[in-house]
Design a protein around this ligand. Structure first.
Ligand code: GDP
Length: 451
């Protein structure tokens, strides 16, 4: 899961507070201190962390709260909202109109994943019915055109570039003109990577923006950039009209907080995140769903999208059951199977309510190994044990199951505990669905999942 350890630590701090006998100023302070440490370690800039701490404290005035007010819910909601506002600059993504030539220019530092993201972006939109194409205006890096050509060919996206022309502005203008005339409605321009100190490259970027007059300029930022993110983002924003941000490599870095929180410097929303090198390891970004996932609350809408995109219709049934709150050990087993089909387990896990926590609980054991082990244990259960949610798992029953699969009874116990915790969350999602809450409300309603 994206930023797994950060999410785990924040959830841990919240849980510790909710489990304490009295929730007073001291407990709140302690929890905020722990959350602040976790955010700083993930490289979120200090100003944002101080702000988050101050805002939660101001919102939750424990002394003034009337008796009967659920302090836990209030605090959890405040933390959730503040994390969302840290990631949300309050601006809307640029809207593009189908059937007209929309030009999107990608900018960013070299090596941050710009070219990869251009192709992913083209591929994503092409699958949604856009007539997408790519222009390679990176003449600075040797092999840039070949790289784009190769991945564009693989993705079956038309491309334009030149081995002989050395002026990137001319290539961009020619490529855009050509695709405009050919009726493409999404023309993506990849540019050279540049650094804020490289004045001439920055001037060239401005010229290119003037020449192609883009509808949107996307700033691509590597999640590993850490504290430098803010200054870099600001430098790009001050030269060209950045309208959206893509954060890449969120699969590999615990330090992604720097890039995520730098979004305020660009005053532009994060629209996509890159979660791997592969072309479809690219996800649309929604702040509330992302924070929901970070805090182990799941991302039901993200899961539904993944299922739709993978074309696995049988899994719609699985989501239906989740949203209805029905959950037996058999469901858990089937879900593990279905999840495996959806792609790398770690990727989809965080989207299921309660699942990212299950991965967290693995304590060093790879989440997917743990899940296989759980399935192995379930293989030695009877039909009744698997399908009766009210089954009484006595000690002798647990020992029999353990013997059947050659594992320790303690591991059977562990599985049953996860099942209990997981089904509780699923039950809550079900209740919320019955109340006809939409996905955003589900995600926002943090308290439902933390209790
Ligand atoms: P550019 O110089 O900004 O165009 O960067 P590239 O697109 O060439 O990417 C640099 C490296 O980062 C390549 O090895 C990519 O495969 C890798 N990369 C890009 N996006 C991601 C991502 O989301 N996850 C991971 N793990 N690697 C990525």
């Amino acid at each position: 899961m994206v930023l797994e350890s950060l999410g785990g630590r924040i959830t841990g701090a919240l849980r510790k507070m909710t489990n304490s006998t009295v929730i007073d100023e001291e407990a709140l302070k302690e929890m905020l201190k722990e959350i602040a440490h976790a955010l700083l370690e993930a490289d979120v800039n200090i100003k944002s962390v101080v702000e988050l701490r101050k805002n939660v404290t101001n919102r939750v005035n424990l002394e003034e709260l009337a008796a009967g007010v659920n302090k836990r819910k209030l605090i959890q909601k405040a933390v959730f909202d503040e994390l969302c506002s840290m990631l949300d600059p309050g601006t809307k993504p640029v809207q593009m109109k189908r059937g007209k030539p929309n030009v999107v220019m990608f900018v960013g530092l070299q090596g941050n994943g710009k070219t990869t993201s251009c192709v992913k972006y083209a591929y994503y939109h092409q699958r949604k019915g856009w007539k997408a194409c790519l222009v390679c205006a990176d003449t600075f890096r040797a092999g840039a055109f070949d790289q784009l050509k190769q991945s564009a060919t693989k993705a079956k996206v038309p491309f334009y570039g030149s081995y002989t022309e050395t002026d990137p502005v001319k290539i961009a203008a020619d490529g855009v003109d050509r695709f405009r005339n050919e009726g493409y409605d999404l023309i993506i321009v990849d540019t050279s990577g540049r650094h804020k100190q490289e004045d001439s490259l920055f001037a060239e970027m401005e010229q290119m923006a003037q020449a192609v007059d883009p509808n949107d300029i996307i700033f691509v930022m590597d999640s590993a950039i850490g504290q430098a993110a803010h200054d870099q983002a600001q430098a790009f924003k001050s030269k060209v009209k950045v309208g959206s941000v893509i954060i890449t490599k969120l699969d590999g870095h615990a330090k992604g907080g720097g890039a995520l929180s730098a979004v305020s410097a660009t005053e532009s929303p994060i629209t996509f995140i890159g979660t791997g090198e592969h072309i479809d390891e690219f996800e649309p970004f929604n702040t509330q769903n992302f924070v929901g996932r970070l805090l182990g609350m799941g991302d039901v809408s993200g899961l539904v999208n993944t299922i739709k995109e993978a074309g696995l219709h049988e899994n719609v049934e699985m989501v239906k059951r989740i949203t209805e709150g029905i959950f037996t050990l058999r469901d858990m087993y089937d879900q593990f199977d279905s999840l495996a089909k959806l792609g790398p387990l770690n990727k989809v896990m965080g989207m299921l309510p309660g699942m990212s926590e299950m991965m967290q609980n693995a304590k060093g054991v790879d989440g997917s190994v743990r899940i296989k082990r759980f399935q192995h244990i379930m293989d030695s259960m009877t039909v009744d044990e698997m399908e009766n949610p009210k089954m009484n798992f006595t000690q002798s029953r647990k020992e029999r199951i353990a013997r059947g699969c050659g594992r320790h009874p303690q591991e059977v116990e562990e599985l049953l505990m996860e099942y209990k915790r997981f089904s509780k969350v699923v039950g809550k999602v079900g209740k919320m669905s019955k109340k006809n809450m939409n996905i955003d409300q589900l995600s926002r309603n943090t308290s439902q999942t933390f209790q």
